[in-house]
Design a protein. Sequence first.
Length: 105
Amino acid sequence: MHNEINFKYQEGRLSIHSDKSTGSNFWLYPPLCLTHKELQILYCILQGKSVNDIAEYRNRSSKTIWGQKKHIYLKLGIQSDVTIYRDLMQKGIILFEKQKQITIG
């Protein structure tokens, strides 16, 4: 996992884009309680990266990342990995950018 994560602050929100290969873009309206490192970890989680993938990317142990993930979930009131998108959308923390659909034919 060697994707560079780019944060761009615009109009009171963070536009978060990964490199061109993933194509995932979304807006985060981050609570002030999250640090820059926590935002990076949250972004990786939202991309579906495992704790082990994030640990490798951050050059940390899996146990450290697991603890940071747990702390992020507590700060944001996220119940579980299964409910993360629902919880963040209900709190107005995440808004997905609509992707253009390509028609072939």
